[in-house]
Design a protein. Sequence first.
Length: 347
Amino acid sequence: MRESGNANIQIESMGSRVQFYTLKNQTGIQVTLTNYGAAVYRILTPDRDGRVDDIALSSPSPETFMDNKAFFGATVGRVANRIKQGRITVGCKEYQLSLNEGKNHAHGGFSGFDKKIWNGKIRNNAVEFTYTSPDKEEGYPGSVTVIVSYRLDGEGRLHIRHHAESTEDTIINLTNHTYFNLGGHASGKIYDQRLQINGGFYLESDAELIPTGQILRVGGTPFDFTQEKELGLDIHSEIPMLTNNGGYDVTFLKAERGFTRAAVLKDKKSGRCLEVFTDYPAIHLYTGNFLKDEPGLEDRVYNRHESVCLEAQRLPFASGYAHFGEIGLKAGEQMERNICYHFSAER
């Protein structure tokens, strides 16, 4: 491993194209990134007693990471989540996207942003990944250039910036798909970890995880995380959106506009705490429902409900419902959104 010109960023190459970057700060936090999928590969953080564990699920090795189908830590795009029948309208023109999940389009298609080798470089104490998606890739209009940058500060905050611009009018909805387990990636079920979401409304979805267009109040439902509660408290409730999906796979509307705190996850055993800040309007909660015997780090095998994804994004399938807000990107205009993961440990 060679050290870059910056004291807290190290680069390791695998072959001629895939690279790994490790960011470190003085509090003992280490974040390893890769230009394959502009992804988070590992996150090492100390607990209340200073013990360091990896709190991000990942594949056993860099080589197997490129074969995983779980989107571990990846930048997801062009459009995160699902699009019914892969049909979109941009302006007055209809487009047919690839159908990679049955009769629907999901997470950018067969070869979305998570499967691309991005151009990586160090700029202004951050790691910056760039990828240009050509016109009609997976069916999307316009050539889109996306820049994703990661910066770790001295206070334990991982700053993620999403930037995009297109040659033609198109749609875009990026997210980061890191699977978290604050007890450590190998610590098992996350039922006793406590979550609070700053949002009083959620999107109803059908059995195919496609939003129905209904925006519902969380009050009186298993989706009420307005007050901190254990993830396992209601996860097995007998309602369709939980039984159909095997757990939480739901989008919440953020209560406040602008760059604000969207969610807080805590593990009382270790004291670790994760705060998610973003200027995206929504956050998607996913409890790893589709993980089954997935090979992981240190000979670990990952299964359902052993992790939590907190995916800041625009509203899914917004292209199908005008009241969901805009996910369009006009030709020549720029989109910029931010996510911040703040890692700490409580006494």
